[in-house]
Ligand binder design. Structure first.
Ligand code: ZN
Length: 76
């Protein structure tokens, strides 16, 4: 039987983008999506992609982070 580790609650839960940046998990859907959006803009700015590719990359980052957030939320 898997035991729930109480220690885990003490660590700040973060999700990591594939660019290596860590984003703090916030127990608030609105703020969390804002945090994802903020990183997405930063992420594509850093890459300096052409507009069309930047949009695709933004989509990819958003999807990836959203999936990771949901996954983390299940673990908490
Ligand atoms: Zn990123």
């Amino acid at each position: 039987m898997p035991k729930k580790k109480k220690d885990d609650a003490r660590h700040l839960p973060v999700v990591e983008c594939f660019c290596g940046e860590k984003i703090l998990l916030i127990p608030n859907v609105k703020k969390m999506s804002l945090a994802i959006e903020t990183h997405t803009q930063k992420h594509i700015k850093k890459l300096r992609l052409p507009k069309k590719e930047a949009e695709l990359e933004a989509e990819r980052v958003r999807d990836d982070l959203t999936a990771k957030v949901l996954q983390k939320a299940c673990e908490i």
